[in-house]
Design a protein around this ligand. Sequence first.
Ligand SMILES: [Zn+2]
Ligand SMILES: [Zn+2]
Length: 301
Amino acid sequence: MNSKHYFLEKNWYKGNTHTHSTVSDGRLDPKVLATLYREAGYDFLAITDHDIYGIYEEMNTDNFIVLPGAETQLPNTRPGRWGCHHIVALGIPGKNQFTHGQRVPYDNTWSAQKLVDFLRSNGNLAVYAHPNWSHSDMEELESLKGILGMEIYNFTTEKLFGCGYSCDYYDQLLWKDKKPYCIASDDSHQKVCDYFGGFIMVNASALTHENIIMALLEGRFYASSGPLLYDIYREDGMVYIKCSPCRAIQMLSNGHPGSVCRAEEGYVTHASFKIPEKASYVRFVCKDAVGCCAWSNPIWF
Ligand SMILES: [Zn+2]
Ligand SMILES: [Zn+2]
């Protein structure tokens, strides 16, 4: 029997990678925000204000850390149509070159690629935020190199504008052999109750900035708006998944239209699927009774 498990670390850490504070257009100051998330059971939070880089190490405790970051944005210059690119930067420990309170020194005439390269060369991970809200062009997203991930779900844009899901963008990227991870975030601004709706669960050995960033780089996490994933493994041409009680567990790939294991009544908490013959990856979506989802990262073969 040949089996491979995908979540090997003993601990799970819940975090939100995209939030705004009073430093830009959020309602709550960074300290109140950190307390809000910590008291809600989160293990980490990235405070990513528009253009202003934030480093809040003094708010770290034994069971909660604040990741450094910022959100940068470019107007999209396509004629006759609204659009933009928002890129979230998350600082890599020991490599981040930006300082606390610094205006991130980019120019909004740059291309999205130039901005991503700039953030990376300054020791940051680059996450493409809310493509559906940004009206991003698929061609532009496909040609973008060096993004760690893409927000498959952004809570505040779903809550306020009804366009927080970017699932189709994500599949299209995977079909073109691009390999960004999928991330769910709050992008909270606190003008409405737009927190605790999109998060990632990180599988890591301990709660440190280094461990969380390393797990992000290696894809040891999943995105969620509610359901939890407990195990994903592969054995002899089959893939297996275990999750919190859901109404449906879906497997998506590039080798097949998709498969679903549905609870006609009650719940499903596990499923197994034959790996489609032509698939170079599979990913899972687990949807619960109120429509919240967990989105696994793809397993590439
Ligand atoms: Zn944004
Ligand atoms: Zn934002």
